[in-house]
Write a protein that binds this ligand. Structure first.
Ligand code: SF4
Ligand code: SF4
Length: 305
C-alpha cells in the first residue's frame, strides 16, 4: 500500500514536472518567435523589460554612466508609474531606515487619494516626496531668513545646509512656500523616548549631503533643530546606487535616472507615455522633477490643485 502511494506520488511529481517543462518550452518558443502571451503586460513588467533585462539593472548601469559625466550634465528625475503602486509603503519604510529618520520626519509618503463623488468615486495611491523643483519657492523663503540654508545643485537636487537651516522661523517660511508639504522639522525626538532603553540604531546617523550626521539625545546639534526632506538619496547616488525607494518598490512603480540621457529608461518611459504623464501642481510653476504616469491625467491633476 505504502509502495502504491509512493508510486502515485512519483507519477504525480513526474506529471507536474512534465507540465512545467511543457510550459517552459512553449514560453521559450514564443519568446524565440518574438511573441507575447495574452497575459504578458504590454510594457515593462515587474522584473524584466522587453528583451529580458531587469529595469533595476538597466537603471543601475545608466546611473554609473551618468556619474562619469560632470555634475552639471546630469539631470536627475524620478518617474512614478502610479498605475503600478499598490500602496504597500515599502518605499516609505526603506526611506526611514536608510536615512535613520526620527519620529515626525518622513521623506517619502504614500497617500491614498480619493476623487469624485458617489457612485463615481476613484481611489488610488500617489507616492510623494520633495519634488526637487527647478523653481523651488522653499529656497527663496528659507534663504530670506537664513541665507545659504537651501541651494539648488547643478544636477537638479535641492539641498539643505543643516548648519544654516536652523530654527522654526526659516522652516515655517519654507513650509509655507512649498506646495508639496515636503519639509519636516527634526525636533529632537527619538522612537525610544519614554521606554526603558535607548536603542543603538537610533544613534546610527544619516549620510545626508555627503556627511555623517549623528543625532545625539539631549543635544540640539544638526540635523536636530532644522528642516529635512528627500534628497533623492544623494549619498547613494555618490556611491553609484539608486535611491532606496526605487530599489525597494515591490510594484516596480518607481524609476530614477538622467533625463539628459536619451537612452535612459526614464527618458524612454516619459517619451512612450507622453499622453499619460503629469507633474503634480504644475499650475504652481515650480517645475517639479518627479513625473507620474497615470491612467487618467485629469484625476491626478485634480488631487493637486
Ligand atoms: S517640493 Fe517643496 S521642498 Fe521640495 S524643492 Fe519643491 S518647493 Fe522645495
Ligand atoms: S514601494 Fe512601490 S508599490 Fe509600494 S507604496 Fe512605494 S511606490 Fe507604491
Amino acid at each position: 500500500m505504502r509502495r502504491l502511494k509512493t508510486r502515485r506520488k512519483g507519477e504525480a511529481r513526474r506529471n507536474f514536472l512534465k507540465t512545467v517543462l511543457a510550459g517552459a518550452v512553449m514560453g521559450a518558443a514564443l519568446l524565440a518567435k518574438g511573441e507575447r502571451s495574452e497575459a504578458a503586460p504590454a510594457e515593462e513588467s515587474l522584473s524584466a523589460l522587453p528583451g529580458g533585462e531587469s529595469p533595476l539593472l538597466r537603471m543601475q548601469r545608466e546611473l554609473q554612466r551618468a556619474m562619469k559625466k560632470p555634475i552639471a550634465e546630469r539631470n536627475w528625475v524620478m518617474v512614478i508609474d502610479q498605475r503600478k503602486c499598490v500602496g504597500c509603503s515599502a518605499c516609505r519604510v526603506a526611506c526611514v531606515t536608510e536615512n535613520a529618520l526620527p519620529p515626525g520626519v518622513t521623506y517619502r509618503t504614500v497617500p491614498e487619494v480619493e476623487n469624485g463623488s458617489y457612485p463615481e468615486v476613484k481611489r488610488f495611491f500617489m507616492p510623494t516626496q520633495c519634488m526637487q523643483c527647478d523653481k523651488p519657492p522653499c529656497l527663496e523663503a528659507s534663504n530670506a531668513i537664513s541665507p545659504g540654508s537651501m541651494t539648488k545643485r547643478p544636477d537638479g537636487i535641492v539641498a539643505i545646509n543643516y548648519r544654516k537651516f536652523r530654527g522654526r522661523r526659516a522652516f515655517q517660511a519654507a513650509v509655507k512656500a512649498c506646495p508639496y508639504k515636503a519639509l519636516y522639522y527634526d525636533d529632537g525626538r527619538f522612537f525610544t523616548d519614554g521606554t526603558p532603553a535607548f536603542q543603538p540604531y537610533e544613534a546610527s546617523g544619516s549620510f545626508d549631503y555627503g556627511e555623517l550626521w549623528k543625532r545625539v539625545k539631549g543635544q540640539g546639534d544638526p540635523p536636530i533643530g532644522g528642516g529635512r526632506k528627500c534628497h533623492f538619496c544623494l549619498h547613494r547616488l555618490s556611491a553609484e546606487m539608486l535611491p532606496v525607494c526605487v530599489t525597494t518598490c515591490i510594484g516596480r512603480a518607481a524609476y530614477f535616472g538622467d533625463l539628459n540621457d536619451p537612452q535612459s529608461l526614464v527618458s524612454e518611459l516619459l517619451e512612450k507615455n507622453q499622453a499619460k504623464v503629469v507633474r503634480i501642481r504644475e499650475n504652481r510653476a515650480t517645475e517639479p522633477r518627479v513625473y507620474y504616469i497615470v491612467d487618467e491625467p485629469a484625476l491626478a491633476a485634480a488631487y493637486h490643485t
